[in-house]
Design a protein around this ligand. Structure first.
Ligand code: NDP
Ligand SMILES: O=C(O)C1=N[C@H](C(=O)O)C[C@H](O)C1
Length: 233
């Protein structure tokens, strides 16, 4: 498969390693200064760039009929515009806040746990995410997906950074050293605590998930998710 990388930072470089190991070819490494991009050389594009760049990269790919996988976080105010364009162009697009297999299982676990806790008012739930100090957005995209999972299965109406109320689910974001990504969902009552936690040890799981999604999307049209790729039901 001929893969173009939009963004060649920490994730772009890890994806290159994983893709080459799986027999793929990197045909372009695109950054904010790239001009005259030749879309005809690409079977698929993978975008791990920056919050302000992702939507532009996605729309360029869709306009040029190149399937696009995006893992960039912090741009989701434009997600619906991207899906509408994808449908208009009969293109192929996947966004995931987290491409790792482990986190996608963790998302399912989070939804299941939230459903079980729904009618147990003695428990209070909070989310925490920890990432490296270079991360630009907060809360993490993964924490937002986890919060959406809790909200869909509880009486919470919204999430907020550092602030809680009866209707507001609190997310705490910490930035420490080189932490690749740690997410905790904690339910607390007076008598006990229930915690589920995912700890990424490095970036390889994210990269493998993104390359797997790129392999899966070839020949398909539509807006998909990692639930589709991993066949999680
Ligand atoms: N969904 C997932 O599984 C994961 C998502 N992420 C997300 O992916 C994104 C990238 O993370 P990471 O690789 O760690 O970040 P880095 O900062 O290491 O890399 C981002 C790269 O994007 C480049 N860039 C800037 N503008 C553009 C542009 N217009 N087009 C293409 N590239 C551009 C930057 O170049 P320059 O430095 O020259 O500006 C930089 O090299 C973040 O949003 C992060 O949250 C990260 C890990 C997993
Ligand atoms: O910026 C990162 O590094 C990560 N970003 C994603 C997020 O915002 O959830 C995924 C992963 O946790 C690493």
């Amino acid at each position: 498969m001929r893969i173009a990388l939009f963004g060649y930072g920490k994730m772009g470089q890890m994806i290159e390693q994983v893709a080459i190991k799986r027999g793929h070819e990197i045909v372009a490494k695109i950054d904010e200064n790239s001009e005259n991009i030749d879309f005809s050389t690409m079977d698929v594009a993978i975008d791990f760039s920056m919050p302000e760049a992702a939507f532009g990269n996605i729309t360029k790919c869709l306009h040029n009929n190149v399937p696009i996988i995006s893992g960039t976080t912090g741009w989701l105010d434009k997600y619906e515009d991207a899906t509408t364009l994808c449908q208009e162009k009969k293109g192929a697009f996947i966004y995931a806040s987290n491409f790792s297999l482990g986190v996608n299982i963790f998302f399912e676990l989070n939804n299941y746990l939230a459903k079980m806790m729904q009618n147990l008012p003695e428990y209070n739930v909070e989310l925490e995410e920890i990432h490296h100090t270079q991360k630009l957005d907060a809360p993490s995209g993964t924490a937002i997906t986890l919060a959406e999972g809790v909200i869909a299965n509880s009486n919470y109406k919204q999430w907020k950074l550092d602030s809680a109320s009866k209707e507001t689910l609190k997310i705490t974001s910490k930035r420490i050293g080189t932490v690749p990504g740690t997410h905790t969902v904690a339910y607390e009552s007076i008598v006990d605590s229930i915690e589920i936690k995912h700890t990424a040890h490095n970036r390889e799981g994210f990269a493998l998930g993104a390359v797997t999604a790129a392999e899966w999307i070839i020949g398909k049209a539509g807006v998909f998710s990692m639930r589709d790729v991993l066949n999680l039901g």
